[in-house]
Design a protein around this ligand. Structure first.
Ligand SMILES: [Ca+2]
Length: 154
């Protein structure tokens, strides 16, 4: 099959369209860099490295807590959100350090639109992921659990 040749007019339009897309992406990245859009000024983008977990106050093995962290991630990292699983995980936690361990273990992951981001997106912590994924009703429920365990992050 022969590829039809483009007329000057068509080439011009194509160049214009591609140029506009490129400008859009550059504008997005610049705005994000300076915090005009995205979560870069939000507490959700805080690093969690400085969280101190008291290992003697964990009510699960770290292997189990890592699995719970994975469950949370899987429940959010797809189109839509598995809120039942998220609530099950939070409901299962018994101590403040269980929760702190999970927040720390989740760390900061790139989020874009409905799940993990590859190039585009914001590096946000578990709180940020929850705020992006979970409806206000469940945020309130989760907040209640956090407060009960003595963690003030939402
Ligand atoms: Ca999702």
């Amino acid at each position: 099959m022969k590829i039809p040749e483009l007329t000057d007019g068509q080439l011009k339009v194509m160049g214009w369209v591609l140029g506009t897309i490129a400008m859009g992406i550059i504008a997005y990245l610049v705005l994000k860099k300076f915090g005009f859009i995205g979560a870069s000024k939000d507490p959700a983008s805080k690093t969690v490295d400085d969280i101190n977990v008291n290992a003697s106050n964990l009510s699960f093995s770290t292997t189990d807590l890592d699995s719970k962290t994975d469950l949370l991630y899987q429940a959010m990292d797809r189109f839509g959100t598995d809120e039942d699983t998220i609530m099950e995980v939070f409901d299962s936690l018994r101590t403040k350090d269980d929760l702190l361990y999970i927040i720390k273990s989740f760390g900061v992951r790139k989020y874009f639109l409905t799940g993990h981001g590859l190039l585009l997106g914001d590096d946000i912590n578990l709180i940020g992921w929850l705020k992006n994924e979970v409806s206000d009703y469940y945020i309130t429920e989760i907040q209640t659990i956090f407060t009960k365990l003595g963690v003030d992050m939402l």
